[in-house]
Design a protein around this ligand. Structure first.
Ligand SMILES: Cc1cc2nc3c(=O)[nH]c(=O)nc-3n(C[C@H](O)[C@H](O)[C@H](O)COP(=O)(O)OP(=O)(O)OC[C@H]3O[C@@H](n4cnc5c(N)ncnc54)[C@H](O)[C@@H]3O)c2cc1C
Length: 466
């Protein structure tokens, strides 16, 4: 069987559906290939919190400021053209979703970035993964219905297996499904299959030697097919080592009640994170994205977060579905003791070393010498707190990957680039497949949803203009 279309979007998540829906609006014909067969297939785009932001700023922020924020958060890793493309289209992308029927509301307190959240809310209220009927689930239904209404098609159970390359240009894709193999010739191919967090071989190649102790916080739908096939066709890959991550209970590796919440990074940022020798090994003050990436590459990836009662009552109650009281309620391990020696024994840590680590932490806070600690501890983003009074706590933690941040190098028109910086004709990328926008040495997180919609829109618009 063969098809001939203007645009094929590979992946029925937010990026692919946006690209196809926008192409249809612009008068092109379009179809979506989705590897999963079920109508409510699981992807990051269905199981998320629906918070549309740009680097923890409202999408309505002045675009010039947003572009600077993106470059700053990524420590200069995001190139100015890509930062500008995302920043100048962010508010428009949300308005476009509203025009598709999406309903946005604010979460209180909005803290300057939760003012455009897909309704109905509810995703952030439990430790377990529940998504049915919440805003993100509803949005996918709206986009799919719009595509079908306007004459497009969604081919489910069809997994792209090849890119059709002729004279160095992409001319379509080959997909395999229950009814066999299909060739789809297309004037534009948009790779939107969601990154590679569901592919252990690629994670091992780019991210960590031990992906088995990296908790997958989302769905395994991102298999890296688009990135892998485009690389074979000459595409350049950028920032492949970074992922959007959090620090979660190590029990989440075998207890699904502890995923996607709570996060342990705020407790780590108040107290200390230690290895099996009760030594600090990273800068806890850099926050969850940086810390989870560093943990993923460290020894066997499983560590302990240690804190005291004041931190448990403060940082422990911060953010969505916080650890206090949800960690224990959901079955997570929390060691508690009235002295550090007993705590060390309960957590399987060397007593003297834990006392030394806590004493050094307290002394550095008191003397203002956090930068002299080994490793140095920053305080600008998250202020460390002294261990003041018992009880003391320790909880085993692991790194959790929500999705990969690296991927295909693109230009501001979402065109996939070769190593020499020239575009591969007719090949585009959007969403978690795109590299060069998030990550970098400080693992700057910009926002997966806004990246998916903006580059989905841009891919369709660039291809329509051509
Ligand atoms: C728990 C969680 C919470 C989140 N919360 C937020 C949030 O509040 N704010 C925010 O900005 N971001 C959030 N994100 C991130 C955001 O959801 C993602 O960045 C975004 O949805 C990615 O969209 P995508 O279309 O690129 O990929 P996906 O949604 O992963 O879609 C890719 C699709 O491609 C399909 N596919 C894979 N391989 C193939 C193939 N070979 N052929 C055909 N189809 C294929 C997959 O089945 C999948 O349906 C969250 C993610 C998770 C997991």
């Amino acid at each position: 069987m063969t098809h001939d279309v203007d645009l094929v979007a590979v992946g029925g998540g937010l990026a692919g559906l946006t690209a196809a829906r926008r192409a249809l609006e612009l008068g092109l014909n379009a179809l979506v290939l989705e590897a999963a067969a079920e109508e409510k297939h699981l992807s990051a785009s269905r199981v998320n919190g629906g918070v549309y932001h740009v680097g923890f700023r409202s999408v309505t922020t002045d675009p010039e400021e947003l572009a600077q924020v993106i470059v700053r958060i990524t420590d200069g890793f995001a190139t100015p053209p890509l930062a500008r493309a995302l920043a100048t289209n962010a508010a428009r992308a949300v308005e476009w979703l509203q025009a598709q029927g999406a309903d946005f509301t604010a979460m209180q307190p909005d803290e300057g970035w939760k003012d455009r959240v897909l309704a109905p809310l509810g995703f952030h209220e439990q430790t377990t993964m529940r998504w049915e009927g919440f805003g993100a689930d509803r949005l996918l239904g709206l986009l799919e219905a719009g595509i079908v209404r306007q004459g497009g098609a969604i081919l489910r159970g069809m997994r792209m297996t090849e890119l059709i390359m002729e004279n160095d240009a992409c001319r379509g894709v080959v997909a395999a499904g229950p009814s066999g193999v299909t060739s789809i010739r297309a004037r534009a191919v948009v790779l939107a299959d969601g990154g590679f967090h569901g592919n252990h071989d690629m994670l091992r190649r780019f991210v960590t030697p031990h992906p088995e102790v990296l908790k997958l916080r989302g769905t395994p739908s991102g298999k890296g097919d688009g990135i892998r096939l485009a690389e074979l066709a000459g595409a350049k890959l950028v920032g492949m080592e970074a992922f959007y991550g959090h620090v979660m209970s190590a029990d989440s590796l075998h207890n699904d009640n502890l995923c996607p919440f709570p996060f342990l990074e705020f407790l780590a940022a108040a107290g200390v994170m230690v290895n099996s020798r009760a030594e600090r090994f990273l800068d806890e003050g850099k926050g969850g994205h940086f810390v989870s990436n560093a943990m993923a590459r460290y020894e066997d990836g499983v560590v302990n977060v240690v804190f005291d009662e004041a931190m448990w009552q403060g940082a422990g109650r911060y953010f969505f579905c916080p650890p206090n009281p949800n960690l224990v309620r959901a079955g997570g391990t929390l060691h508690q003791a009235d002295d550090l020696g007993t705590l060390a024994r309960l957590a399987g840590l060397p007593e003297a070393a834990l006392r030394r680590t806590v004493a050094a932490h307290n002394a550095a806070i008191q003397n203002g010498t956090l930068d002299k600690l080994t490793p140095p501890r920053s305080g600008a983003k998250h202020r460390p707190e002294p261990f003041a009074a018992p009880p003391y706590y320790a909880t085993p933690a692991c790194a959790a990957i929500t999705h990969t941040m690296g991927g295909l190098a693109i230009d501001a028109g979402a065109r996939v680039l070769r190593g020499d910086g020239t575009p591969i004709p007719r090949l585009y990328a959007a969403g978690s497949n795109c590299g060069g926008i998030e990550g970098g040495p400080e693992v700057g997180y910009i926002g997966g949803l806004i990246k998916a919609v903006v580059f989905g829109l841009i891919a369709a618009e660039t291809s329509a203009a051509r």
